[in-house]
Design a protein around this ligand. Structure first.
Ligand code: PLP
Length: 450
């Protein structure tokens, strides 16, 4: 999603989003990653909020080696496998009660596709075939496949594919920090949630299948957190109209927020959850969908879930996921994410005092985002041509720190960044990150006269 700093030009047969070339990676350990020239970087965004348990975990690597020595692939229509069975059991034990049926895939987009397909098949199996619309938030990011893109609230990403996909109805993301009104945060939370009700009524409640949202925002909204009242009201509205609530926890899940799921911070149980990134932690491509038996059983009774990918429930990927979960528990990484997240949040709030162009800092645990503006009074955005987010990335990168930064277009218009180091980060390392980030923000302020 994000342009990363250029580092020389090499011819290549690969192609990516941007024509910028990156250095060749060499090795990684804990929160650090080295390129082939021997330069060390702090992986302050865990890649793209992926490597939750940190790089180079020996226990995970050894578990994967043991699995590789036994079997790396067995097709799910021929064999079941123990790592997948055990991972499903252990993931269910980490999830809120009721979300106990698992389906494995290889990434976040596949997990979101699975949620949409499960919801739709549930509607068909329960005699509600007229329900097909999945309401989503604007802006939002839910993946790059055609189905997951159809629920992605980002015009720039969707535009060229419109004839192939059916754009779904949207409601505004709860960007309450921008609101200049006399309402309390809790009142604002309810007002944003009520926009879902209005949308469902406009669309025709009998046609609405589901609402998809990230409990803690990711790529599109930089760790956006709504007031508490938002979450319970959303659940209430979904219940009232028989609309399924899908939580996309691809980025916010797997412990990063200081709880196993981002949604665990609120009293709002989803019907279906998409997960990826942190559950494989970069050791293997792994994604998962969790749902309640209430949803899954009617489909199974009607002949089964019509969905699946060749690598679904792959034994090697699941063995990695199992070891990742084991390490998360053994090293108490979720507690550490909560404690280090508090420390990091405190430090970023200090940076905000030093740099008033940082208009908002928010997030949970080690998923913390910040918004940068040209004018903290009016919240006017920095001109896009100034590429503030890219400059900040470059300044940090030049100082050996990798963060995640983007400019959001459409409605919200703004430069934001996310700091999300691996959950093994120590207090000293938090200070190191904040010190480099402070220097980088200072350089940015000088560049743009902020
Ligand atoms: N959903 C969310 C919230 C994400 O952040 C992402 C990726 O950034 C995806 C879905 C798509 O995941 P993937 O890139 O693994 O397909």
């Amino acid at each position: 999603m994000t342009d990363q700093p250029a580092d020389g030009q090499r011819p290549s047969n690969l192609f990516y989003l941007a024509s910028l070339r990156r250095p060749l990676v060499d090795r990684a350990d804990g929160i650090y990653i080295w390129d082939q020239t021997g330069r060390r970087f702090i992986d302050g965004s865990s890649g793209a909020m992926v490597v939750n348990i940190g790089h180079g975990n020996r226990t995970v690597i050894e578990a994967m080696k043991r699995q590789m020595d036994r079997v790396t692939f067995a097709y799910r229509l021929h064999f079941e496998n123990e790592p997948a069975e055990e991972l499903a059991r252990q993931l269910a034990a980490h999830m809120p009660e009721g979300l106990d049926r698992m389906f494995f895939v290889s990434g976040g987009s596949e997990a979101v596709e699975s949620c949409i397909k499960l919801a739709r098949q549930w509607a068909v199996a329960t005699n509600q075939p007229q329900r097909w619309k999945v309401v989503t938030r604007f802006p939002s990011y839910h993946g790059g496949t055609i189905g997951s893109l159809s629920v992605t609230g980002d015009d720039a990403l969707v535009e060229s594919f419109r004839p192939l996909l059916r754009a779904m109805p949207t409601v505004p993301a709860p960007v309450t920090w921008r609101d200049r009104d006399n309402f309390s945060p809790e009142e604002r939370g309810v007002r944003y949630a009520d926009m879902l009700e209005e949308r469902i009524l406009e669309e025709g409640p009998e046609t609405v299948l589901a609402f998809i949202m990230e409990p803690i925002g990711g790529a599109a909204t930089a760790a956006l957190v709504a007031p508490d009242s938002y979450y319970s009201r959303i659940r209430e509205i979904c219940d009232r109209f028989g609309v399924l609530l899908i939580h996309d926890e691809v980025m916010s899940g797997a412990g990063r927020s200081g709880r196993f799921l981002g949604g665990d911070h609120w009293d709002c149980l989803p019907d279906i959850v998409a997960m990826s990134k942190g559950i494989g932690s970069g050791y293997a491509p792994l994604g998962a969908m969790a749902a309640s038996s209430r949803l899954v059983q009617p489909l199974l009774d009607a002949g089964g879930f019509q969905h699946g990918h060749t690598y679904a429930g792959n034994p090697l990927a699941c063995a990695a996921g199992l070891a990742v979960l084991g390490e998360m528990d053994r090293l108490h990484l979720i507690d550490n994410a909560a404690a280090m997240g508090d420390a990091l949040m405190g430090e970023l709030l200090e940076l905000r005092k030093r740099f008033p162009f940082i208009a908002d800092v928010r997030g949970k645990g080690l998923l913390i985002g910040a918004e940068m503006v040209a004018d903290p009074e009016t919240l006017a955005p920095i001109e896009p041509g100034k590429k503030a987010y890219q400059r900040l990335l470059d300044h940090a990168y030049a100082r050996g720190l990798i963060i995640y930064a983007r400019r959001v277009k459409g409605g919200l218009d703004g430069d934001n960044f996310i700091v999300a180091p691996p959950m093994v980060v120590t207090r000293e390392q938090v200070d190191e990150i904040v010190s480099i980030l402070g220097d980088s923000l200072e350089a940015l302020a000088r560049d743009l006269d902020l």
